[in-house]
Design a protein around this ligand. Structure first.
Ligand SMILES: N[C@@H](CCC(=O)N[C@@H](CS)C(=O)NCC(=O)O)C(=O)O
Length: 330
């Protein structure tokens, strides 16, 4: 697979599985933090930070959903890469539907932005990336941290009074994010990219055990951390919304579909219908990326057409205590 090694683009450089055939995800490299403090190294300011995303990528999608729920669209600008990732890695194709140019520097490839931040960079060139236009560098490329920064550092620039990491629920939010990461968010990748039957079966078993668990929790609890909408729900949403169209078929996570789980399916529809969220879901980019970019899994690169999913259909979550913050009830 492709990555930068000492600033050079290499197409032969990394293995996606370890010796046991299990999918191995690389640690992220840029871990600075935007703060709500004008004296901070990276102070939260409107118009200063730029987000590089792919609409296909669930990790990038978390940051887009958080930005939308908070109403940070005017404060943080976005560039969208081409969903089809080939030998050159993420690329800008402004002529394609839903894609944009690199609005900061006019780069052709995302790797140029990594090299602008660190000419000797070694690592994968991933989305999302939070870029600081003032210091001309990458602040952070870890979605969980970008989501937290948008949620906690940018309140002054948000057009909606929404807190996704509310006091009193913070431990529950952190616990839920941790609990879903390995079996669910990363679990679908561990199933899809497994190099052995055993590694695949382990991942699928853990994945569906975890989905079964949350199906039970959501029977009488509105959201993952309790009665309030939180970052944990954003993290869960981006995997669930891709599940039936991509993970079920392309990654062989086919024990059940999300539509077969009444509580998860209704929960997914509720989240999809929150203001601003539907606009972040680009199913055409999602399906094209997965089915066409992984030639080892799908050598003919044929994109599966189904299923038809009605995320706009009514849901039953209002039967439970709690609900979205007032600012999201329009
Ligand atoms: N830990 C990162 C993971 C991001 C990630 O793996 N993004 C994928 C797209 S879904 C990517 O850009 N992959 C490019 C590559 O691996 O070369 C995060 O959560 O932000």
């Amino acid at each position: 697979m492709n990555m930068l090694v000492d600033g050079e683009w290499r197409t032969d450089a990394y293995e996606t599985t370890d010796e046991e055939g299990a999918f191995d995800r690389q640690e992220t490299a840029f871990r600075d933090w935007v703060e709500a403090d004008p004296d901070a190294e990276f102070p939260a300011e409107a118009g200063r930070y730029h987000l590089y995303v792919s609409y296909a990528c669930p990790w990038a999608h978390r940051t887009l959903v958080t930005r939308a729920l908070k109403g940070l669209e005017d404060a943080v600008s976005v560039s969208v890469v081409d969903p089809y990732r080939e030998d050159d890695g993420w690329e800008f194709s402004p002529e394609r539907e839903g894609c944009t140019a690199d609005a900061v520097a006019g780069a052709d490839h995302l790797r140029e932005r990594y090299l602008a931040a660190d000419p000797e960079f070694t690592g994968r060139v991933t989305v999302p990336v939070l870029w600081d236009t003032e210091r001309d560098t990458i602040v952070n490329n870890e979605s969980e941290e970008i989501m937290r920064m948008f949620d906690t550092a940018f309140d002054e620039h948000a057009t909606r009074d929404v807190t996704l990491y509310p006091e009193g629920y913070r431990d529950a939010v952190d616990d839920a994010i941790d609990a879903i990461y390995e079996p669910i968010n990363n679990g679908v990748y561990r199933a899809g990219f497994a190099g052995t039957q055993a590694a695949y079966e382990d991942a699928v078993t853990e994945l569906f055990d975890a989905l079964d668990h949350w199906e039970d929790v959501l029977a009488d609890q509105r959201y993952l951390a309790g009665p309030v909408l939180t970052e944990a729900d954003v993290a869960m949403f981006v995997t669930l919304v891709r599940f039936d169209a991509v993970y079920h078929t392309h990654f062989k996570c086919n024990r059940r579909r999300i539509v077969d789980y009444p509580n998860l399916w209704n929960y997914l529809k509720e989240l999809y219908q929150l203001p601003g969220v539907a606009e972040t879901v680009h199913m055409d980019h999602i399906t094209e990326h997965y089915y066409r970019s992984h030639a080892d899994l799908n050598p003919k690169r044929i994109v599966a057409v189904g299923p038809d999913l009605d995320f706009e259909a009514s849901h039953d979550r209002d039967r439970l205590t709690g609900g979205p913050p007032e600012a999201l009830l329009d």
